[in-house]
Write a protein that binds this ligand. Structure first.
Ligand code: ZN
Length: 238
């Protein structure tokens, strides 16, 4: 049914379209990912100014007609995140966070927790360039898996339940595995396991530190989980 939709949204991607328009990939709290078109936005006197760009958090009014894309009728800035654009690692981390959200969730699949997680990540990266660490990027992805319902099993062997001698990780089994069930897994040491548990259990701003080897193992575990359960292959965090 055609009509107006008011929503907050984060711009994941903004693609030039035709002479002066842009097609936006948005993430919203109540409708998940959705596509919209902003007409005339690339003209110098556009009423939208420069705010329909990636990483903007906006308050939007959209017109929903019969087509696949909604039409942006008004846009107010909630947060522009100007500082993250001036720092290479922050910008890169923001781009990867938006890319992960855009690829992990289909249109019209709402996860309010994902919206708040992404808003939180962009605010953190904007507030402090020192947050753009590999540990932060991995903690973000782990929390994304949790919000999507794909959190890996970390409390005991995903195959047999054993809680000791956890030596590997298996995307197919869905989590850590013990020495007896390690066939088909890859090594995941205690520091990587501890990092994943701590990252899931703490606020994004307090992502735990870990050595590079542990982070590399944690990253492999996250990528394996995404690939196995969501069929999504993400770029390495950096
Ligand atoms: Zn086992």
């Amino acid at each position: 049914m055609p009509g107006s939709v008011k929503t907050e949204a984060i711009v994941l991607r903004s693609i030039r379209y035709g002479e002066a328009d842009r097609v936006l990939h948005l993430y919203t709290p109540d409708r998940g990912r959705l596509g919209a078109i902003a007409k005339g936005v690339r003209r110098a006197r556009s009423r939208f100014g420069g705010r329909l760009e990636p990483f903007f958090r906006l308050r939007l009014v959209l017109y929903e007609g019969r087509g696949d894309l909604l039409t942006v009728t008004s846009a107010e800035t909630v947060a522009a995140h100007p500082r993250l654009r001036e720092d290479g690692p922050s910008l890169d981390a923001a781009a990867r966070a938006c890319d992960a959200v855009g690829r992990l969730f289909a249109d019209g699949e709402p996860h309010p927790g994902v919206y708040h997680l992404l808003a939180n990540e962009l605010a953190l990266l904007d507030g402090d360039a020192a947050q753009a660490t590999r540990a932060n990027a991995l903690a973000f992805r782990l929390k994304l898996l949790l919000a999507a319902g794909f959190a890996p099993q970390l409390a005991g062997c995903a195959a047999c339940g054993e809680s000791e001698h956890l030596v590997g990780f298996s995307g197919a089994a869905g989590g850590v595995v013990c020495a007896a069930c390690e066939a088909g897994s890859f090594p995941l040491g205690e520091p990587a396991h501890a990092f994943m548990v701590a990252a899931l259990g703490s606020a994004l701003a307090d992502a735990p530190a870990a050595d590079p080897r542990a982070l590399a193992q944690a990253e492999r575990a996250i990528l394996a989980t995404l690939e196995h359960h969501a069929g999504v292959r993400l770029r390495a965090v950096r």
